[in-house]
Design a protein around this ligand. Structure first.
Ligand code: HEC
Ligand code: HEC
Ligand code: HEC
Ligand code: HEC
Ligand code: HEC
Ligand code: HEC
Length: 288
């Protein structure tokens, strides 16, 4: 009996939460159609999957908490979220909505938060290449390109309109003269340190002899975020081989001589052999 009463209570609540109560003072329509969750609530491939429900509600999990309890343990519904969302933060874990659901270490999109609701998505772009399969350079954090929330409910996170905010920091803005820009229309970023917006000055160098100009400069390349065919980070895109202002600038396209001086960074075949020493913000030459 108690369970039945509870069900009615919940159905009443669902009327309030899922349809709003703005028309309380109007006469009720005849036999109003009140449903709770649709059958696809647990089917990932269904448009009624609960993730899509959250997405349609602007990712506001407070709505879910109103029935499933503040700690997601089920509350009046008896249906706990924590049986499947087993991490300490439950459904609020950082890999729930935009990471790899099975790997808490991978919180960046391979999952597109816009799927099913928008056709103008740039997709998940080069997140994986930057963060997890980065064979070219030093490891990169979210904070290089975004302000990172401590908690899912922090202001500026899901309460803002898509697309995601890009705010450059860390290495992206290291040693640069002009501020980097991300252009949403072309999905192109420009002016970041990492892609060659830098200048190393002869005046402040201990190795002035290698300079053929007042500075050694990169190419300030503008990569397209969602072009992930390898062309956007080819050897020679971010800086010439060697770079402009450096002896023999541009004369070693296969990068076979760099290893003679940039020891421990590149090998004689032009492969990066120590990612921690490339695109790390430092000059690495003669083994340091
Ligand atoms: C008005 C109350 C109410 C609200 C609001 C609500 N739910 Fe539910 N939910 C229930 C009840 C009751 C059940 C169990 C019966 C059922 O499946 O319909 C349930 C079941 C579920 C289940 C199935 C759990 C299982 O183990 O079978 C999922 C998943 C779920 N809800 C997700 C959500 C999400 C996500 C939200 C927020 C977007 C949400 N619910 C909001 C009442 C609610
Ligand atoms: C029976 C297991 C199960 C239960 C119970 C469950 N979830 Fe989920 N949930 C999943 C799985 C699996 C995914 C990831 C699906 C995928 O790979 O896209 C998911 C994804 C989500 C997402 C992200 C959706 C997206 O598309 O990015 C949210 C938000 C979420 N769940 C909230 C909840 C809440 C809130 C509850 C409890 C009311 C709940 N879940 C209960 C299994 C469950
Ligand atoms: C309930 C779903 C959900 C959860 C849980 C979640 N996120 Fe997000 N996150 C989103 C969505 C949706 C966006 C795109 C937001 C927008 O409109 O800007 C986003 C965007 C981001 C961004 C890009 C910058 C921005 O704000 O747009 C970062 C970084 C981020 N999330 C980190 C995190 C971290 C860290 C956690 C865990 C503390 C987390 N997220 C948990 C849904 C979620
Ligand atoms: C190298 C820069 C860079 C780094 C590092 C980075 N992002 Fe992003 N992120 C972007 C760009 C660019 C977009 C796309 C903006 C747009 O929609 O045009 C984006 C979009 C997103 C989105 C929204 C995707 C969608 O579905 O539309 C989320 C969520 C996000 N990032 C989370 C993260 C998290 C979490 C991390 C760290 C684990 C991270 N990002 C690291 C550049 C970056
Ligand atoms: C995504 C942009 C990018 C690409 C692609 C790139 N580099 Fe670099 N490279 C940099 C930056 C930035 C520096 C500046 C110094 C630093 O931060 O490590 C640099 C510096 C160097 C140096 C000087 C040593 C050092 O790290 O200080 C060598 C040698 C080098 N790159 C070789 C290569 C070779 C060989 C390739 C192709 C396999 C390559 N680079 C591709 C961005 C790039
Ligand atoms: C003869 C030795 C020598 C060779 C060969 C050489 N470099 Fe350099 N390179 C240097 C020295 C010395 C500096 C200056 C560092 C300083 O200012 O202290 C330098 C500076 C640089 C810089 C800017 C600062 C830094 O360390 O990131 C880049 C980028 C660079 N070299 C890339 C290359 C690339 C790519 C090749 C191969 C195509 C190459 N160099 C070949 C000696 C060499």
């Amino acid at each position: 009996m108690k369970t039945n009463l509870l069900k009615y209570y919940v159905i009443f609540l669902s009327g309030l939460f899922l349809f709003g109560c703005s028309k309380l003072n109007e006469p009720l329509p005849p036999s109003p159609e009140i449903t709770l969750h649709k059958t696809g609530i647990l089917d990932v491939n269904s448009p009624d999957f609960h993730g899509n429900l959250a997405r349609q509600n602007g990712w506001d999990l407070k709505l879910c908490q109103s029935c499933h309890a503040a700690d997601y343990s089920g509350g009046i519904t008896d249906a706990s979220c924590l049986t499947c969302h087993t991490q300490p933060k439950g459904p609020e874990a950082c890999n729930t909505c935009h990471g790899d659901f099975l790997d808490p270490e991978r919180i960046a999109p391979p999952e597109d938060t816009r799927k099913n609701i928008s056709t103008d998505s740039v997709g998940v772009g080069a997140h994986v290449h930057h963060l997890y399969d980065n064979e070219l350079g030093h490891s990169i954090e979210c904070s290089t390109c975004h302000i990172v929330p401590d908690e899912y409910s922090d202001p500026g996170h899901t309460d803002t309109e898509l697309p995601a905010e890009i705010t450059f920091g860390n290495l992206a803005i290291h040693n640069i003269a002009t501020n980097p820009v991300y252009d949403y229309n072309s999905a192109t970023c420009s002016g970041v340190y990492c892609h060659g917006n830098w200048a190393f000055l002869k005046d402040s160098s201990d190795n002035q002899w290698i300079y053929t100009d007042s500075m050694i400069v990169g190419n300030a390349f503008s990569p397209i975020w969602n072009k992930v065919d390898g062309t956007q980070a080819l050897c020679g895109t971010c800086h010439d081989l060697p770079p402009q202002g450096h002896q023999n600038a541009g004369e070693d396209p296969n990068a076979t001589t760099c290893s003679g001086c940039h020891t421990g960074v590149v090998d004689a075949d032009g492969n990066i052999i120590d990612q921690t020493k490339h695109i790390n913000g430092e000059k690495n030459v003669f083994g340091n």
